[in-house]
Ligand binder design. Structure first.
Ligand SMILES: [Zn+2]
Ligand SMILES: [Zn+2]
Length: 342
């Protein structure tokens, strides 16, 4: 069977590997139908992820058709459409025992720490598979995972319909947060340094956009009388200056959720946090959010298709990567279609 393989940084190809077999009686065998390319796949490609041992099959956003089930599988049958939670947790550590397996001390993510889903067939434990209605297109089914990231971050931030939400970053993650926050009824302001990305954000429902190269969040609020301040902010960029610039605009009792993964320190002002009793929280991957997101998609509460900018046949993965590297402004979510038989 075919698989996409990152052999070493900057070397990605479609190659033949041994046919995947069911790895356990608790597993199901999935014929992969579609996958989304994510920032962490790009880190794998660029060699900037500390977690990857090469060669690796990338891909943690994927969905497919169940073609075989192990003897101990109870709730999934051949023919089901499933999307896969890529998180692998130990079940034993403090976080796992507290029910927060997404921050397991021995966390592994498919497509990062171990081989992912960008191959024709993949064997996955039943408990990581979530059934999705067969009338949902594959390119949408494979986007359940990125929307779980949005759902996790907004639930960490305790979103409600009265929130004035600020999102830093109008890339794919920022836009999944935008669509989810709008489905909750909140007002959403989103910032980026790319006008093209901001236009896309506006087109899919942002109430306000800010190009942070020429307008600060504080100046924006000053100029908009209807907006008293921010009640929930999400940083989908991770540059240390962002949290510094957000805090003065937060209203008392506001929540700030960080999704960044940079090591650079930040000079945040303690007094801003204390005097307004702000909550600052991290959000990583997702915990028990797959069923929530599948429900939202099946009910049509938001349309993941809105974040798709390009679709490539998986055999053209090099072209897809090329586009993401050289014309990032034109890209939002790039989908790989695995439906063609090679
Ligand atoms: Zn992702
Ligand atoms: Zn654990």
């Amino acid at each position: 069977m075919k698989a996409i393989l990152i052999k070493e940084p900057h070397k990605i190809e479609v190659t033949d590997i041994e046919m995947e077999q069911l790895k356990s009686e608790k597993d199901v065998l999935i014929k992969v139908k579609a996958g989304g390319i994510c920032g962490s796949d790009m880190h794998g490609y660029h060699g900037t992820s500390p977690f990857i041992n090469y060669p690796v099959v990338p891909g943690h956003e994927f969905a497919g058709l169940v073609t075989k089930v192990g003897e101990a599988v109870k709730n999934i049958k051949v023919g089901d459409h499933v999307s896969v939670d890529p998180v692998i947790s130990c079940g034993e550590c403090y976080a796992c025992k507290s029910g927060r397996y997404n921050v397991c001390s021995d966390l592994k993510v498919r497509g990062v720490h171990v081989d992912g889903g960008f191959k024709e067939y993949v064997s996955i434990p039943e408990k990581a598979c979530y059934k999705i209605n067969e009338n949902i297109p594959w390119e949408v089914a494979c986007l359940v995972e990125p929307f779980t990231i949005a759902s996790q971050s907004l639930s960490r931030g305790g979103i409600n319909k009265n929130d004035i939400v600020f999102i830093a970053g109008a890339g794919a993650i920022g836009l999944t947060i935008l669509l989810t926050a709008k489905s909750e009824g909140a007002t959403v302001i989103i910032s980026d340094i790319s006008d093209a990305k901001l236009e896309r954000a506006k087109a899919i429902g942002a109430d306000y956009t800010i190009n942070s190269l020429n307008t600060s969040l504080e100046a924006f609020i000053e100029a908009h009388e209807a907006i008293e301040g921010i009640t929930l902010a999400l940083d989908a960029v991770g540059h240390p200056s962002i949290i510094e610039s957000i805090l003065p605009s937060m209203l008392p009792t506001g929540r700030v959720v960080l999704l960044g993964f940079l090591k650079a320190p930040s000079n945040l002002i303690q007094m801003e946090v204390t005097k307004k009793e702000l909550d600052i929280k991290g959000s990583r991957l997702s915990c028990n959010k797959f069923s929530v997101v599948v429900d939202c998609i099946e009910q049509g509460l938001f349309n993941p298709k809105k974040i798709i900018s390009h679709t490539f046949d998986y055999t053209k993965v090099e072209e897809a990567i090329d586009l993401l590297v050289n014309r990032p402004d034109e890209c939002c979510k790039v989908i790989l279609n695995f439906e063609t038989e090679v």
